[in-house]
Design a protein around this ligand. Structure first.
Ligand SMILES: Nc1nc2c(c(=O)[nH]1)N[C@H]1C(S)=C(S)[C@@H](COP(=O)(O)O)O[C@H]1N2
Ligand SMILES: [Mo]
Length: 320
């Protein structure tokens, strides 16, 4: 990967005007709350991007739910992406999502819940204090990264929606907009991208909705303005650019299951014992660290052992 050189001009000039304006509005709105802690000892996004004018998110670090492994750089996290709506190469999303409009943004809450309707993102976020959490992300393609997210527990939002007793699952849907998302003009997978969690998974304190990383509003290629992060599951569960959250009685039919049911199960828990039909899941390559051949062992549940209780009594080879 080519070495990154910081642009010599301020971000206000390199960021397309609507994006820049949207970011300012985003900040002026719901997110300027919380404890106001800075990222300890650094501001990598600021350094890398030479940004002096883009406002920072207000958040509190959460060491209890953070790994102390070395973080991937802002550049790695924002130039090596899976976001098929913007192309299938790892470098495509950074290029093709540049002018993606993430404001205004509404999220529909639907299904088996007392609180439903269409919510402006600002209103949805208002009650939630943001936290920084450094999580491992393990892609099904046998690579991994360490990413400092900014977000809040999904379970808090679920509770506020007051799901009914019939709600057993939560289904998430990405925006469908082939005009803005050129990848959706090709039938790579079934659009829009759909993912889902069982209710107890959604309530687990490790599952978060992210709105930023490295102290900054989420870059478009990472799933702006709102994406799920479920660190014990393969990366594809962590759906980006969410426009709908639906509470259901039946298990949602996810895009990956519909495209390749033998390869991608609903649960998608990181499991070194269950190989992908076309490759082993025993090891993984940490992006940016060492050579291509430097592989580390993959840990069950991506190392997040505290979720094991959710699956007690389940055959995780069958429910992969
Ligand atoms: N809507 C949508 N969400 C998505 C994807 C996608 O193609 N479309 N790719 C998934 C996959 S396979 C991975 S590994 C992660 C990558 O997240 P990152 O690019 O922020 O590291 O996003 C997930 N969320
Ligand atoms: Mo992935």
């Amino acid at each position: 990967m080519a070495r990154y050189r910081p642009p010599p001009i301020p971000a206000s000039e390199i960021t397309p005007e609507p994006v820049y304006r949207a970011r300012r509005e985003f900040m002026a709105g719901a997110l300027a709350l919380g404890a106001g802690a800075a990222w300890p000892g650094e501001s990598a996004a600021q350094m890398v991007m030479n940004v002096s004018v883009v406002e920072k998110l207000q958040f509190r670090p959460n060491p209890r739910f953070s790994t102390d492994e070395p973080k991937n750089t802002f550049e790695e996290i924002t130039t090596y992406n899976n976001f098929y709506e913007f192309g299938t190469d790892k470098s495509d999303p950074a290029k093709n999502a540049r002018s993606f409009r993430t404001r205004p943004w509404n999220v529909a809450i639907e299904g088996e819940a007392e609180v439903t309707g269409s919510f402006a993102l600002e209103d949805l976020l208002k009650p939630h204090a943001l936290e920084a959490r450094i999580y491992r992300l393990r892609c099904v393609e046998a690579w991994s990264m360490v990413i400092p997210w900014i977000g809040f527990p999904l379970g808090e939002l679920v509770k506020r929606c007051k799901p009914t007793s019939r709600a057993k699952y939560v289904e998430f849907t990405t925006l469908l907009d082939p005009k803005q998302m050129p990848g959706q003009r090709f039938p790579v997978i079934q659009w829009p991208y759909v993912e889902g969690l069982r209710m107890d998974e959604a309530m687990h304190p490790l599952a978060i909705l992210a709105v930023g990383l490295y102290g900054e509003v989420l870059p478009n290629q990472n799933g702006a303005p709102l994406r799920l992060v479920v660190p014990w599951k393969y990366g594809f569960k962590s759906i980006k650019s969410i426009v709908r959250i639906r509470f259901t009685e039946k298990q949602p039919r996810t895009s990956w299951e519909l495209s390749a049911p033998r390869e991608y199960g609903f649960y998608a828990n990181v499991n070194p014992e269950v190989d992908h039909p076309r490759w082993s899941q025993k090891r993984e390559r940490r992006i940016g660290a060492g050579s291509l051949w430097d592989r580390r062992p993959t840990l069950p549940f991506n190392g997040y052992d505290e979720v094991a209780g959710l699956y007690r009594g389940m055959d995780l080879r069958k429910f992969f």
